[in-house]
Design a protein around this ligand. Structure first.
Ligand code: J2J
Length: 545
């Protein structure tokens, strides 16, 4: 069975991945059910308020899977999931995996613009949100999404659920005595979840991950990170990110019978207190968070965290100076991760020499991952040359969901072109040198320049707009909006940010730097010269806020 709009692997690849044991033809939920059967009383999930055993996790997830079915949600139907790092995220995701309903992994920071786009694109039948996060009313947001996306029939709410919504507390409750078990399991070749692409085009695309490929993604990364039943993994990045979810992340911990600990934010004091209290062995972070943690450790002088063995860092390039501080200051082995929600994951290995761990972004986790480094003409480059990376393999899908046009650009004869400029050393390790895609990597969060530009053009008075990333000491890059104004108008950064907020764009995409130009620099072929803009504004001080 294949869902319309998805691109399967060609049969010869599929049968090879099967016969070589990468695809085990088991739904993702089965791996976790096995871990639960082996040690039902072991703690599977820890949040600030909850400790949940494997037994309880499976009981809740299976009961929820049956209730989803009872609500009319069938295998292949989609739920847009916007839940913070807390146990309902895990239980609902697992319930979806058990029932074949597909969770679409939105971010807590997404707003009306992103969510309604995702709901429409995925034709989601339901949306799951928290009631409030700080002052923000997610139920109201979900109602607006439902009004804009006709497919959305049901709003599931974690926390206080109003009458027009379904309570997740009820949906995810443990099985009652008369509980019905689902009598079907999802097809392992069917989609397990949709992840979001960082996207170079105006709007994010949906990445279809099947049970077979995603389960292998989890197993391969869990093996490269040395996960075992004594692993206690801490997730402070949003759990809907591929890194925190499955590389090896929360699913990795649950596949091997370990414990997944979740915090809603990477705030260092709380993260460190949690690492000590729960005996966390592995945590993952983007470089900006790793830097905050290192600063905190220096400033607080809080002393060692004996359980802490591995800090995984990825999402954007970690500066070598920062990498060198991890072991001496945090006492943990650094694992660099160069990954993508589209598939390919590279990792340094825990026993690699320092030279590899501190200065490279590692190598593929699977022997079946294929990589080529190409020049501008598409010719293959030798080792050590820097070029564009393309890849294919058993957990790198062959196309986005319902996206023929983008697929033609991003997938070259089945090879995914990530837009990263990479050097492969003779020892096989990769070094990321930059990218040739028009995105901004803001603290690991990918932002399409085109999308931000399209919102700038909605502002009265802006005649031309170009968005570039400029260096930021913490985030790596920040969003710099360069504009040419119509004569006799002024526009301030505050005006821009207020306009973006009104338009319902997620706050992390709002420009942080505004540059007013008399004219837009152009390249010889008449395109905006973004390289010139980047250089020119790289050293501008952060204006406001
Ligand atoms: C430089 N750039 C990097 C790195 C990702 C693990 C880790 C990260 C992601 C992720 C992920 C980088 N150095 N170490 O899904 O499972 C940039 C590249 C890449 C893009 C993918 C995972 N690690 N990047 O970041 O889908 O540009 O996945 O193509 O969000 O992040 O972004 P995303």
């Amino acid at each position: 069975m294949s869902l319309p709009g998805t691109v399967p692997w060609p049969p010869e690849f599929a049968s090879r991945y099967r016969s070589e044991g990468y695809w085990e033809d088991r739904p993702i939920g089965d791996y976790i059910a096995d871990a639960a059967a082996a040690a039902p009383e072991r703690v599977a999930v820890v949040t600030p308020e909850v400790r949940m055993t494997y037994d309880e996790l499976m009981s809740r997830a299976d009961a929820a899977a049956a209730r989803l079915h009872g609500m009319g949600l069938r295998p292949g139907d989609r739920i847009l999931l916007q839940l913070p790092n807390d146990w309902p995220f895990i239980v609902l995701t697992l319930a979806c995996f058990r029932s074949g309903v597909i969770p679409v992994m939105a971010l807590p920071a997404h707003r009306l613009h992103e969510l309604s786009h995702l709901a429409r694109m995925a034709e989601a039948r339901a949306i799951a949100v928290p009631d409030r996060v700080r002052d923000f009313d997610h139920v109201e947001l979900a109602r607006q999404v439902a009004a804009e996306a006709v497919s959305v029939e049901t709003i599931l709410v974690s926390g206080a659920a109003p009458d027009d919504c379904v309570s997740l507390a009820d949906l995810l409750a443990p099985a009652a005595a008369d509980h019905n078990q689902l009598d079907h399991a999802p097809d392992p070749d069917s989609p397990a979840c949709f992840l979001l692409s960082g996207g170079t085009t105006g709007l994010p695309k949906l990445i279809v991950r099947t049970h077979n490929d995603y389960a292998y993604n989890v197993r391969a990364t869990a093996s490269a990170t040395g996960f075992s039943e004594r692993t206690v993994y801490l997730s402070t990045l949003p759990a809907s990110h591929n890194f925190a979810l499955a590389c090896p992340g929360i699913l990795g911990a649950l596949f091997v019978g370990g414990t997944a600990v979740m915090l809603p934010s990477p705030e260092p004091a709380r993260a460190f207190e949690t690492i000590r209290r729960e005996g966390v062995t592995v945590a993952s972070a983007v470089p900006a968070v790793a830097q905050r943690w290192l600063e905190h450790q220096r400033e607080s002088g809080a002393g060692p965290m004996p359980s802490f063995e591995v800090l995984q860092v990825g999402g954007s390039r970690m500066p070598d100076e920062l990498a060198a501080r991890v072991r001496p200051e945090l006492g943990a082995t650094l694992q660099q991760v160069f990954g993508m929600a589209e598939g390919l994951i590279n990792m340094t290995r825990l026993d690699d020499p320092d030279d590899v761990i501190l200065t490279t972004q590692g190598r593929p986790v699977s022997p079946a991952d294929e990589i080529r480094i190409l020049d501008d003409q598409g010719g293959e480059l030798p080792d050590d040359a820097v070029g564009s990376i393309v890849t294919r393999g058993p957990y790198t899908p062959r196309g986005y969901f319902q996206a023929k046009e983008q697929n033609a650009r991003a997938f070259l004869d089945g090879w995914y072109a990530s837009g990263d400029l990479v050097q492969r050393r003779p020892d096989g390790n990769l070094v990321v040198h930059g990218r040739d895609k028009d995105t901004i990597n803001r603290g690991g969060e990918k932002i399409s320049a085109e999308e931000v530009e399209s919102f700038a053009y909605r502002i009265d008075g802006i005649r031309l707009a170009a968005v570039v990333g400029t260096p930021d000491p913490i985030l790596g890059e920040r969003i710099c909006l360069c504009v040419v104004l119509r004569t006799e108008v002024t526009v301030t950064l505050d005006d821009v940010r207020a306009s973006f907020a009104r338009a319902g764009l997620a706050p992390f995409k709002h420009p942080e730097q505004l540059e007013l130009l008399d004219e837009m620099p152009l390249t010889k072929v008449g395109k905006v010269d973004k390289a010139a803009l980047r250089t020119r504004f790289a050293n501008e001080r952060l204006k406001s806020p």
